[in-house]
Design a protein around this ligand. Structure first.
Ligand SMILES: [Zn+2]
Length: 190
């Protein structure tokens, strides 16, 4: 198991619903937790906040969300199965996003600041989550993955929205026309 990156076509598929939470599904969730933390070991300036199953090439509707997105020492994640956005509301806010599957590129992405999501936990319990700000953004980003959508799609064509990280961990703007627009490593060939 490894994290797949653009332009891998599996990132662009619509994932199927999980009908039964069995050992296979629990195994996938365990792999996702492990891969997220492995990734973090190689990325000293970043925290692995969340991940969706398609990012390891498994097109099933499963995401994991870090329980504490501020503290790297807290390495626990909550898994959400068949998560669905019931409502996205509030102001639209633009903020930085990155993705394990879009290496070294970051973007300023507009998202709703308040969402309601329904999902199942690993033990089958149905939950409804009311999220704001950072958590709302993360949920929207991850649920997008289940429909084959990446954060870069939301800002395609926006000239001043893309950044990359330098070796000190600072984000610096990248030129859209030369580095993003026709970058075959970012966009799938259609
Ligand atoms: Zn992502």
């Amino acid at each position: 198991m490894k994290i797949i990156t653009t332009p891998d076509a599996r990132l662009r598929e619509k994932s199927s619903k999980v009908s039964k939470i069995d050992d296979e599904i629990l195994g996938i969730i365990a792999d996702m937790r492990k891969l997220s933390l492995d990734w973090e070991k190689d990325h000293p300036y970043e925290l692995s906040a969340a991940m969706a199953a398609p990012q390891m090439g498994v097109n099933k509707r499963i995401i994991i969300i870090r329980d504490d997105m501020e503290d790297k020492k807290n390495a626990t994640f909550t898994a959400l199965i068949n998560p669905e956005v019931i409502k996205a509301e509030g102001k639209i806010k633009t903020d930085y996003e990155g993705c394990l599957s879009v290496p070294s590129i970051y973007g300023m992405v507009p998202r709703a600041t308040k969402v309601r999501v329904k999902a199942k936990l690993e033990d089958g319990t149905e939950v409804r989550i009311k999220a704001t700000d950072e958590l709302a953004r993360t949920l929207l980003h991850e649920i997008d993955h289940l429909d084959g959508v990446l954060f870069i799609d939301h800002i395609k064509g926006v000239k001043d929205a893309f950044y990359k990280m330098d070796d000190k961990g600072d984000l610096i703007p990248v030129d859209y026309d030369t580095e993003i627009a026709d970058n075959k490593k970012l966009w799938s060939e259609e």
